[in-house]
Design a protein around this ligand. Structure first.
Ligand code: AP5
Length: 218
């Protein structure tokens, strides 16, 4: 069985979260989304949340030190023992270097770093159309993934949905800029370590999932 400690990389709205949830269910490994962790901190009003809130709304990156500390604690938890999918982390070369160091200290080996590649032109439509069930967090899209019954979550029957504060046309430009300037250099970083795999994320969700499963194996 191929290893199951992986990084999912790709632009904002590229489908990392959608695919990470599917891999989590399929393989019993845990999705570690730094974006979800930060949004939970914002909602809970913690000191971290207060610090991150304005930065996220501006589409910029939260400080490396805060993020690294958050992940360092999280991978120690029991549910990561079977494997994990890092979704949205690392996002800078400094975060990648810190991850290497942290995993080495913990005696954990990273199995792959997978880029889900999607052209910029597709991303705005994907991001602006996204919404989520307020009760269970299931993700939907106005055009690409509507609930089977309008206004009712397929998974839990919830009838309230939310949209992210940073999912608007103005902020998306800043998020894309942050991605190209600060995160894209991770591709050669992982290529150089023999860990990078690239898949075309500009296809049907199920086809993208099948590609990921062929990388991860049974
Ligand atoms: P984060 O939450 O990580 O956001 P992001 O990287 O911008 O990615 P998204 O969640 O927007 O997109 P996704 O790739 O998960 O796409 P999804 O599957 O939802 O980060 C938010 C903010 O937090 C950052 O801007 C930053 O401020 C901060 N932050 C987080 N991590 C950080 C870090 N490490 N360092 C510093 N700051 C950090 O798909 C999008 C939509 O498209 C959905 O509606 C979905 O249904 C649809 N869709 C998915 N796949 C397909 C497909 N194949 N075809 C058609 N539609 C599709």
């Amino acid at each position: 069985m191929a290893g199951k400690r992986l990084i999912l990389m790709g632009p904002p709205g590229g489908g990392k979260g959608t695919q990470a949830k599917r891999l989590q269910d399929r393989y019993g490994i845990v999705q570690l989304s730094t974006g979800d962790m930060l949004r939970a901190a914002v909602k809970a009003g913690t000191a971290l949340g207060q610090e991150a809130n304005a930065v996220m709304d501006a589409g910029k990156l939260v400080s490396d030190d805060l993020i690294i500390a958050m992940i360092n604690e999280r991978v120690d938890l029991e549910d990561c023992k079977n494997g994990f999918i890092l979704d949205g982390f690392p996002r800078t070369v400094r975060q990648a270097e810190a991850l290497d160091k942290m995993l080495k200290e913990k005696g954990i080996k990273l199995d792959s770093a997978i880029e889900v590649a999607v052209p910029d032109a597709r991303l705005i439509e994907r991001i602006i159309g996204r919404f989520t069930c307020a009760k269970c967090g299931e993700g939907y899209h106005d055009k690409f993934k509507q609930p089977k019954k309008a206004g009712v979550c397929d998974m839990c029957g919830g009838t309230e949905f939310t949209r992210r504060a940073d999912d608007n046309a103005e902020t998306v430009g800043a998020r894309l800029k942050a991605y190209h300037d600060q995160t894209a250099p991770l591709m050669p970083y992982y290529q150089g370590r023999g860990l990078l795999k690239v898949i075309d994320g500009d296809r049907d969700m199920d086809v993208v999932t099948a590609d990921l499963e062929s990388i991860l194996g049974t």
